[in-house]
Design a protein around this ligand. Sequence first.
Ligand code: Z5A
Ligand code: MG
Length: 232
Amino acid sequence: MSKRGAFIVIEGLDRSGKSTQAETLLKNLQDAKIPSKLIKFPDRSTPIGKLIDSYLRSESELDDHAIHLLFSANRWEVVPSIIKDLEQGTTIICDRYAFSGIAFSASKVHPPAKSASPSTFPIQPTPKLSYEWCRSPDISLPAPDLTLFLDILPEKAKARGGYGEERYEKEDVQERVREVFIRIGEEIESSGVGKWVVLDGGLEKEEVEKSIWDEVNPLTAGLKTPIQKLWD
Ligand code: Z5A
Ligand code: MG
């Protein structure tokens, strides 16, 4: 049986350097003559991606459930080509995946209710969408063999270029998103389907590049295991 390519996902908080590192990893794999391809979610080029782009730029409003399902559909529309590429021996680097989908949607909260008398206890915000509901449309997607989660403190990310231009780029949102990502990582690690590695995205670019290569290098020989499915 010929070997298949590896499915490598780069996840992380905003401005943690995902796209920078995804491009660098693609170059390093190509320099090493490993057939490889970079994909990104959201893919803003498709008709579904254009609706997502308009929403993220706050040019349109959509129900929270509807936009969540569009993000998921934007992944499902690429699944046949992901499977074909992996089976043909191409390693895929994927910049954000279903984990971003859950983390951002499950972090949406209702605005705090206005009470007549000020409370002495801080009011916990209530989620708009449950974790389980957010996960369900992505069940059965191809499971990554390796997910590299670039962790960064929201205040450090804020100091980087371009922060704050789009809908979710606010510090309180990012803190809730980080907590959901941690939960997802723990579940992936305990499921035995794929590996979840947390890396420090706050380091210098070259240091992050090296820590990524250390994780990816063992997969460059190709894999004999079948492509697994997420949360099946
Ligand atoms: N979203 C969702 O809600 N549901 C879903 O299912 C999916 C996504 C898939 C847009 O994503 C939004 O969609 C996102 C999640 C939501 N919401 N937010 N907020 P996007 O992927 O299109 O977002 P982006 O515009 O690419 O930004 P990003 O991903 O947050 O940035 P990044 O890729 O992590 O960082 P970067 O572009 O590589 O670097 C940012 C800057 O930092 C740049 O100036 C770099 O030169 C600099 N940089 C990078 N690394 C370093 C280091 N190590 N040191 C110093 N400076 C650095
Ligand atoms: Mg990016």
